[in-house]
Design a protein around this ligand. Structure first.
Ligand code: HEC
Ligand code: HEC
Length: 409
C-alpha cells in the first residue's frame, strides 16, 4: 500500500465540487423539507403555475402517459403531475433520517463511527480504512483509476484485488440487506466483515482490533460517551454499531426528491421522459422504492441470459441452484457517479448498462438511442447531495505507547 491511498482517503473535497453541492443542497432541502414550493425562488412560481396548468390540461384531454409517446416526434410534453401520481406508489422521496430500533443514533455514537470509518489503524498495515474503498467525496465508491478507467474492484491489504465491485455506502442504510449477495442483514453485521477480511483490512481477529483500540487513549473516552453505562464500551459489537450509526447519516437527497415532494418543475422535460420510460419499460419491477433498488433479489438475465457470468451471487450464500446469478437489485441513487457497473464492474458507462438492462432484464427489448439518452437523463436526476458536514474528514486520536505497529506481512 502506498501513501497515495492514505492521502486519497483523507483528501478534502475539491472546492468547486463543494460549492456546487452546497448550492444543490440548499435547493433540494428547501424544496423537500419546507413545503411544496415555499422554499423555491419566487421567480420560479410562474413556471410552476404554467406546468401545473399544462398538467391539468393534459389530464383533462386524456393524456396517455402509458404509451411510448415519450420519444416520438411531436409527442405531447410529458405531464409532470400525471407522472408524479404514477410514480408515487412505486418510487418515493428519501427520508430525512434513517432510524434503527436496536441501535439508536446519538451524536456521540455518530462522531465515533465517523472516526472509525476513517481509521486506518483498524487495518493490519495501518493503510486501509472503510473510506479508502468507500470514498465519501466520490459518492461512497472507489474512484481509483488505472490506465484512465475506473478500477472494477478495489485494492486491499498487500495490494490484493477484491472479487466484486465496491458499491456505494450512501443510502445503504435503506437497503433491505447488505452486499451484492445480501449475506449481511444490516449495516451492523456488514461492518464486522471488512476489518477481518484478509483481502481487505486483514486484521487477524476481533481481539486484535480491541487491543489496538484500547491502546489509543482517545478512544477509551469516545467509546464511553457513545455507549454510556456499559461495563466494557470497547467491544467489537460496538465498533460495528458506531460505524452503522455514522453510515445512517449518509443520505443524498436529489432533484428527484424535490419532484417526488411535489415540485413539478424540478425535472427537465428530458428527465421526465426518462422517468416515464423507466416506468413504461418496467425497470421499476425491480428498481423500486425511494432508493430505486435495494428492495429485492433478482436474477441477472431474467429475460435473456446474461453473457459471461462467473460469480454465482446469492447461490454462494444459500447453496441453492435456484439462486444462481441472483443478486440484490442495486439502488440507482447517484448511479451516474458510480461507474463501473454491476457486481463485477464489467460495464463502464451508463448508456451501455441501461441498454443491457432493457434487453436482458425487461421484456421491452432494445431501446432507441433517444430513449436510452432520456433514461440516462432521468438517472442523473438521482444524483444527490452528500451531507457535507457529516462527511468531513475527522481528527483521529494519536496512538499510545502500546499501540501495535503497522504489519505489512
Ligand atoms: C478493500 C476495499 C473495501 C474496504 C476497505 C471496505 N469495503 Fe465495504 N465493500 C467493498 C466491496 C467490494 C463490497 C461488496 C462486496 C460484496 O458484495 O461481496 C462492499 C460492500 C459494503 C457495503 C454494502 C453496500 C451494499 O449496497 O450492499 C457496506 C455498507 C460497506 N461495504 C461498508 C464498509 C465499511 C463500514 C467498511 C469499513 C469497516 C468497509 N466497507 C470497508 C469494498 C471495501
Ligand atoms: C428483472 C429485474 C430487473 C429489471 C426489470 C431491471 N433491472 Fe437493472 N438491475 C437488476 C439487477 C439484479 C442488477 C444488478 C446485477 C449485478 O449484480 O451485477 C441491476 C443493475 C442495474 C444497473 C447497475 C447499477 C450498479 O450500480 O451497478 C443499472 C444502471 C440498472 N440496473 C438500470 C436498469 C434500467 C434502466 C432498467 C430498465 C430498462 C432496469 N435496470 C431493469 C435487475 C433489474
Amino acid at each position: 500500500m502506498t501513501d497515495d491511498r492514505i492521502s486519497r482517503s483523507a483528501r478534502p473535497l475539491p472546492l468547486a465540487h463543494r460549492t456546487e453541492l452546497n448550492a444543490g443542497q440548499r435547493l433540494v432541502w428547501s424544496v423537500v423539507a419546507v413545503a411544496a414550493f415555499a422554499g423555491a425562488a419566487c421567480d420560479r412560481r410562474d413556471e410552476v403555475a404554467v406546468h401545473k396548468r399544462r398538467a391539468e390540461g393534459s389530464v383533462r384531454e386524456g393524456f396517455d402517459d402509458k404509451a411510448g409517446a415519450a420519444t416520438s416526434p411531436g409527442a405531447p410534453p410529458v405531464s409532470p403531475a400525471a407522472l408524479l401520481e404514477r410514480a408515487k406508489p412505486i418510487l418515493g422521496a428519501l427520508p430525512r433520517e434513517i432510524r434503527s430500533e436496536t441501535n439508536p443514533s446519538t451524536p456521540e455514537k455518530i462522531a465515533l463511527g465517523r472516526q472509525l470509518f476513517f481509521e486506518t489503524r483498524l487495518s493490519k498495515n495501518h493503510d486501509i480504512s472503510c473510506a479508502s474503498c468507500h470514498e465519501l467525496d466520490h459518492y461512497g465508491i472507489d474512484a481509483d483509476t488505472r490506465d484512465g478507467a475506473r478500477t472494477k474492484t478495489s485494492v486491499g491489504h498487500k495490494g490484493q484485488l477484491g472479487g466484486r465491485n465496491t458499491p456505494s455506502v450512501y443510502n445503504a442504510g435503506l437497503h433491505f440487506v447488505q452486499f451484492w449477495d445480501g449475506r449481511a442483514e444490516d449495516l451492523e453485521s456488514q461492518a464486522k466483515g471488512p476489518i477481518l477480511n484478509p483481502v481487505e483490512m486483514a486484521m487477524p481477529d476481533e481481539a486484535a482490533v480491541l487491543t489496538t483500540l484500547e491502546s489509543i487513549p482517545g478512544y477509551e473516552d469516545a467509546f464511553a460517551k457513545a455507549f454510556p453505562g456499559e461495563r466494557k464500551p470497547i467491544s467489537y459489537d460496538n465498533v460495528a454499531k458506531a460505524i452503522a450509526a455514522f453510515e445512517r447519516q449518509l443520505i443524498t437527497p436529489a432533484k428527484f426528491d424535490a419532484f417526488m415532494g411535489g415540485d413539478l418543475t424540478a425535472l427537465s422535460a428530458e428527465e421526465l421522459r426518462g422517468l416515464q420510460l423507466f416506468l413504461d419499460v418496467g425497470c421499476t419491477q425491480c428498481h423500486t422504492g425511494a432508493t430505486v433498488g435495494g428492495t429485492m433479489f433478482q436474477k441477472l438475465g431474467t429475460v435473456k441470459p446474461w453473457p459471461g457470468l462467473t460469480d454465482e451471487g446469492r447461490a454462494e450464500v444459500t447453496k441453492s441452484a435456484a439462486d444462481r446469478f441472483v443478486f440484490k437489485v442495486p439502488s440507482l441513487r447517484n448511479v451516474a457517479e458510480t461507474a463501473p457497473y454491476l457486481h463485477d464492474g464489467s460495464v463502464a458507462d451508463l448508456a451501455t448498462i441501461v441498454q443491457l438492462m432493457a434487453e436482458h432484464q425487461a421484456a421491452r427489448g432494445k431501446l432507441a438511442d433517444g430513449e436510452v439518452a432520456a433514461v440516462v437523463a432521468f438517472l442523473g436526476s438521482l444524483t444527490g447531495t452528500p451531507p457535507m458536514d457529516a462527511i468531513a474528514v475527522p481528527e483521529l486520536p494519536p496512538s499510545g505507547p502500546k499501540t501495535p505497529k503497522p504489519d505489512p506481512g
